[in-house]
Design a protein around this ligand. Structure first.
Ligand code: URP
Ligand code: ZN
Ligand code: ZN
Length: 459
């Protein structure tokens, strides 16, 4: 690819701050950030009045993934188109181990699902659900293949949950390998007791999902995992944090100098637990784990992002259709597949409802949707930043325009979105992957097989 062109006249968010600048692109890379002389014989794309940011990096997705009796409704093809439309140019998907499967096999299976089908660049984490005697040796093999992060679950008993000893061993080994351990922190034992009680009391609808997972089930698990990480002298990264207590626990560990970090997700920042009171089975749309929380939690999540306690906002894109998938749990909330779609709207929602109302600065927004996820997961500075030599993954945002989220017109493959009819200030106008235009005002215009697998470095 040898096209040389410049995005001229925009407001560019770089590591040095927000500046009026041009961006020169050559052969898929950023050639320079500065002033392109008007006389220069270069193709120019006028982005006056627009904001130019690095492409979004979504480090938490579940594509084409069998989970709780269903397979997520987006595969790597459809989700990557949706990501592109919404300003995300890289994702890191969770490859899920089947019981008895060795890690290199899981990786092979996942590479087969994604290879040649993704429109944007991608990588994998490996979710360890079923430890086996040679696990430690196999962890080293997948790290050598560029999969430098693992996930473990402290919930989903009988499906994915590990015990504390297993968690400790994997923390220990990840640390030795320089890999990042991502932890789903909820107390699965307590959740199962509460859920059983609710069902026995006839509470079988989606509201009971929230009731069975009170904030303490997350906070206790976060504190326990931090204690285990301290014992193993290992770094730890918490996925999808939802509570004020979890933010406080992470902040406390950070103040004590521990290498503890965490992410939250778009839905925990913007949606309220009141949604579980929707009539009938409607609330199944919001059955995600951990569940949505109240306002006091959201405020602390925003604060955690502003202050740097939390470094990343991911989508936890895990879509299941209402029709035929969520309905698996029509008679028992415990069988509703957990998850919701979100890859398409993460960047626009964080801009429109994070930056515009003043919850996040423009620089911090770029940090949490792009730079820090790239840094944390070994993709920086190829990804996550506008600087000379980085991939020309660029998003042009129009701050004057706006959009409305509608399931009917979205690109994600799901029959609903939890953000239906949300008005979003700002609009993703153009998206470039390595210098190629891949999306234009809500339309995917790229190549379906343009995405490359990214082998990642240990942190
Ligand atoms: O509800 C969720 N988050 N489903 C996806 C699986 C997970 O725990 O990330
Ligand atoms: Zn999880
Ligand atoms: Zn997830």
């Amino acid at each position: 690819m040898s096209r040389r062109f410049g995005l001229v006249g925009g407001t560019v968010v770089t590591e040095d701050g927000v500046q009026a600048s041009d961006v020169l692109i050559e052969s898929g890379r950023i050639e320079s950030v500065g002033q392109i002389p008007p006389s220069a014989d270069i193709e120019k794309v006028d982005v006056r009045g627009k904001i130019v940011i690095p492409g979004g990096v979504d480090v938490h997705t579940h594509l084409d993934t069998p989970f709780m009796g269903a397979v997520t409704s987006d595969d790597h093809a459809s989700a990557s188109r949706a990501a592109a439309v919404g300003g995300t140019t890289t994702y890191v998907d969770y490859a899920f181990q089947r019981p008895g499967e060795r890690l290199p096999e899981v990786l092979g299976r996942w590479a087969g699902r994604a290879g040649g089908r993704s429109a944007i660049d991608f990588s994998f984490h490996l979710a360890v659900t079923s430890p086996y005697p040679d696990l430690v040796a196999d962890m080293a093999l997948v790290v050598a293949d560029g999969v430098t992060s693992f996930k473990v679950f402290m919930a989903y008993k009988g499906l994915a949950m590990l015990d504390d000893g297993q968690l400790f061993s994997i923390l220990d080994e990840s640390s030795r390998l320089g890999a990042t351990l991502c932890v789903h922190a909820e107390n699965g034992h307590v959740i199962d007791v509460l859920a059983e009680r609710l069902v026995r009391a006839g509470r079988t609808g989606p509201l009971a999902h929230m009731l069975s997972r009170p904030p303490e089930t997350e906070v206790e698990a976060v504190r326990r995992a931090i204690a285990l990480a301290n014992m193993a002298d290992a770094p730890i990264y918490f996925v999808h944090l939802s509570t004020a207590g979890a933010v406080a626990a992470v902040a406390e560990a950070q103040r004590a100098g521990r290498p503890v970090s965490g992410e939250t997700c778009t839905h925990y920042l913007l949606l309220d637990e009141d949604l579980y009171h929707a009539p009938g089975f409607e609330a199944a749309k919001y059955v995600v784990s951990p569940p949505l929380r109240g306002r006091e939690h959201r405020e602390q999540l925003w604060r955690g992002l502003r202050e740097g306690t939390l470094g990343v906002v991911s989508s936890d894109h895990c879509p299941f259709c209402m029709d035929g998938q969520k309905t698996l749990g029509a008679d028992d909330f415990r069988r509703i597949p957990n998850g919701a779609p979100g890859i398409e709207h993460r960047v626009p929602l964080l801009y429109g409802h994070g930056v515009r109302p003043g919850r996040l600065s423009l620089e911090r927004f770029v940090d949490v949707v792009s730079t820090e996820p790239a840094r944390r997961f070994g993709l920086y500075p190829t990804k996550g930043v506008i600087r000379r030599g980085s991939d020309a993954d660029l998003v042009v945002l129009d701050p004057q325009a706006a959009s409305v989220v509608l399931a009917q017109t979205m690109t994600q493959n799901c029959d609903y979105t939890p953000f239906e009819r949300w008005h979003v200030p700002g609009r993703v106008d153009a998206v470039y992957l390595r210098g190629e235009l891949i999306a234009r005002r809500g339309r995917f215009v790229g190549r379906q097989d343009a995405g490359k697998f990214l082998a990642r470095r240990p942190a």
